[in-house]
Design a protein around this ligand. Sequence first.
Ligand code: COS
Length: 379
Amino acid sequence: MDFKLSKQHLLQQKLYRDFAEAEIRPIAQEMDETETFSMDLLGKLHKYGLMGIPFSRAYGGSGGDYLGFSLCMEEVSKIDGATGLTMSVHSLACSCIDNFGTEEQKQRFLRPLVDGSKTGCFGLTEPNAGSDAAGQQSKAVLYHDKYTINGTKIFTTNSGFADTFVMFAMTDKSKGIRGISAFLVEKGAPGLAVGPNIRRMGVRASSNCEVSYENVEVPASNRLGKEGDGFKIAMKALDGGRIGIAAQAVGLAQGALNEAVKYAKERKQFGKRISSFQSSQFKIADLQTRIDAARLMTHRAAAARDNGENYSSHAAMAKLFASRMANDVCRECVQLMGGYGYCREYPVERALRDAKITEIYEGTSEVMQMVIAGAMKVF
Ligand code: COS
């Protein structure tokens, strides 16, 4: 067992860190304030291959692995959670095509998503189907060689600027979970409408909208997998996505702690630097220990995925643990910095707001507990 990153991964980590410092840090606060994702940054994420890390070079991806993707998610999220989210959801959409697409679908849809030309989104959640993903109301009806899709999706991240919509709809309601199918819908399709950005507590720069499908027609060749494969396609993509969210949580926490430590070394109270108080040192030591534990769990899940092992439960554990940890760590970092930590001019305030959603999206903490208990066969 080797807990050290390889030379290649260390090199990648440095590249991602340098990119985040140079390209994201200068604009992160403004993006949050204006609740707008920079299209210039999106272009750079694509240009430098950050949107195609774990996808094959054969389709124009970066040819990396999931551990490398997790390192990128951490480095980017240290500086800005919204950028991490944008990458994560794009990757969810790509995974669906990578795992289940035909060769023709990969050439047509995956290639532009991973070679830097287009951005993807993932539409599973509906106003009345969140954790209960099987409760889909959206419908797709096949007539000759076309499906007509009707329905509404909510909280579709990236939808404001996405080119490719991976979405899920019922093709046979009587079959329940086995009646859900997955479809590829392109921006501009008649009947596809993206609503305004939903105003949120954190990750405010990311695009997150309601998407409605009104008699949207797609050729049958835009169905991913077989009819009824949709639930499996979504769950498999989310298993991987949860590793990315765990890494995002680790990044948010590490970024906040780095800021708090810097502050504690400068700030003087009662004639001494805050960092010289043993109470501060103990708190910082505890926080770093928890971050490291979450990072190890995240790397374990990523390595399991890269080694072709069953990683569903590892991913759920990493996300459950890391997201809780990130909320605790970011809250303690604000506390360490006192009134300044609560101010918007310091990034820990944003990290605390951003951390909350890691306990909710790509599967709530309660859903993670269901997945873990399911794998343990405790019922
Ligand atoms: N990978 C592949 N297939 C999976 C799977 C996975 N990770 N998890 C479940 N399946 C398959 C099962 O094998 C089963 O298929 P068969 O009946 O053919 O054996 C089917 O899906 C149903 O599985 P299960 O009975 O475990 O599903 P549940 O209805 O109990 O749902 C939860 C399980 C709650 C875990 C699931 O609905 C879920 O993850 N919900 C959260 C959705 C989510 O993350 N939403 C956020 C969207 S992105 S913001």
